[in-house]
Ligand binder design. Structure first.
Ligand SMILES: *Cc1c(COP(=O)(O)O)cnc(C)c1O
Length: 448
């Protein structure tokens, strides 16, 4: 017991650095860069051990929609906890998973009426890739097994998902473990030359994709994309025209379209699903992050009746035999169902139009700032790039800006030279405006 009491005298941060291997982190950098112990959250605010508040401007890695310790979600989970915390989903079912699946299907107007569950985003991507692969075998076209992904795309970090991810820093050490894929140009609207529109960039990118499909379609199972915003790829935004063109190409060349809406789904882009802005439906749609309101690990892959029917057979091995222990966890499904109820009862998508306008107003200063380029917004995501010649050391800029933001009471994590905010859907106009001003002050200090 002596050991435990000794341990308790050290700070939580020191104990964390000794025992916890933190994600997406070079641990040695914590020698000079603060690790922050959070003891509670309320609404859009996080509180450290001393009670200092931090505004969660990035929704705790894009997961939180309706605030921390949301009373309605807390209550719903507590109620469910009294009934059943977990039961395996193979051979069993329960009300939360059924109701959630029905609601999601209804949100796609029945176009994607079958829902397969997992626990994290990367696993939902693996499911979409495996289903597509298996589908083509069942269609007696086993040679259709290659995947196409986009330059600068991100789909998670397990081996299958990482293979279709094009972010060098995540792939570099693992290249030899990854299957080969085709990579098509990103429709990133920042590529527009003078006189060109975002639609023009979308058309050029789709033309190159068509060349790839024309040559390789007999070997291609699916293309995977992040609709409208390549979030981990520095919030690269693009025209919905690209989605329409890709849908048409997929139909023409018999290739599945996988829409990875793990980051842009659940109202983030302005509509519930980002694909709605192009009036298209994919063959597979993945959700995670926001779906449980940032409460519990939950991910899912929606698909069509025709794909589902292809697996429906007297043969066991013709089924989709993928599983995770916590598939369809009742508590996580309850959190998700409650979020969908909040979307309806509080008219969230409608109100987010005004919140997005608040965001634009709060960051209007950045549009005319000579250190800044490519100011852009898609619904509840707002981003801009700091011109590289204004940054002394690009390798340390994200950490320095993070630290200055912490001093201002904000949680912000720049990606490279891109500063972005992606707040929960609950900020007041006043809080949003304060956030914009505090980011401006933090940027001044970081660049000075
Ligand atoms: C975060 C993310 C993933 C991976 O989700 P995890 O839960 O981190 O595995 C996949 N795709 C996109 C678009 C994401 O933003």
């Amino acid at each position: 017991m002596k050991l435990i009491s000794d341990l308790n005298q050290r700070s939580l941060v020191d104990r964390s650095l000794a025992a916890v291997w933190h994600p997406c982190t070079q641990m040695k950098q914590h020698e000079s860069f603060p690790l922050i112990a959070i003891s509670k959250g309320k609404g859009a605010w996080l509180y450290d051990e001393k009670g200092n508040p931090l505004l969660d401007c990035i929704s705790s890695w894009w997961t939180n929609l309706f605030g921390h310790a949301n009373p309605q979600i807390n209550q719903a989970i507590t109620n469910q906890l009294e009934k059943i915390e977990h039961v395996m989903l193979a051979g069993f079912t329960h009300a939360p998973v059924v109701e959630l699946s029905e609601k999601l299907s209804a949100l796609t107007n029945g176009n994607l009426g079958h829902v397969f569950y997992a626990s994290d985003g990367a696993s939902a991507v693996e499911i979409a890739l495996k289903m597509s692969h298996h589908y083509w075998q069942l269609q007696a076209k086993p040679q259709k097994k290659k995947f196409v992904c986009l330059e600068n795309g991100y789909h998670g970090e397990t081996l299958g998902a990482l293979a279709v991810t094009d972010v060098a820093i995540f792939r570099k050490a693992y290249g030899s473990l990854l299957q080969e894929v085709f990579t098509a140009p990103s429709p990133d609207s920042r590529k527009a030359k003078s006189g060109e529109s975002a639609d023009d960039v979308a058309r050029y990118a789709a033309q190159e994709l068509e060349e790839l499909f024309k040559k390789g379609h007999q070997h291609i199972a699916a293309i995977i994309i992040e609709p409208l915003v390549q979030c981990a790829g520095q919030m690269a935004m693009y025209s919905p025209e690209y989605l329409r063109l890709v849908r048409a190409l997929c139909d023409r060349y018999e290739i599945h379209l996988i829409a990875d809406e793990i980051a842009v789904g659940c109202g983030r882009s302005g509509t519930f699903f980002a694909c709605e802005q192009a009036q298209i439906w994919p063959d597979f749609l993945t959700l995670s992050k926001g779906i449980s309101g940032g409460y519990l690990p939950l991910s899912l892959c929606l698909t069509t009746k025709s794909i589902y029917q292809t697996f429906y057979s007297d043969q066991t091995q013709q089924g989709f035999l993928h599983s995770h222990s916590y598939t369809g966890n009742p508590l996580a499904c309850t959190a998700a169902l409650t979020c969908l109820e909040i979307f309806e009862s509080e008219n969230v998508l409608q109100k987010n139009i005004l919140r997005a306008q608040d965001l634009a107003n709060a960051f209007a200063w950045a549009k005319s700032d000579s250190r800044i380029e490519y100011w852009r917004q898609q619904g509840m995501i707002l981003a801009f790039d700091i011109k590289q010649d204004c940054i002394k050391n690009l390798a340390t800029f994200p950490r320095e800006m993070f630290s200055q933001c912490i001093n201002e009471g904000l949680l912000i994590r720049p990606i490279g030279n891109t500063v972005y905010v992606m707040p929960p859907y609950i900020l007041s106009t006043e809080e949003t405006s304060q956030m914009g001003k505090a980011v401006a002050r933090a940027l001044d200090k970081t660049l000075s």
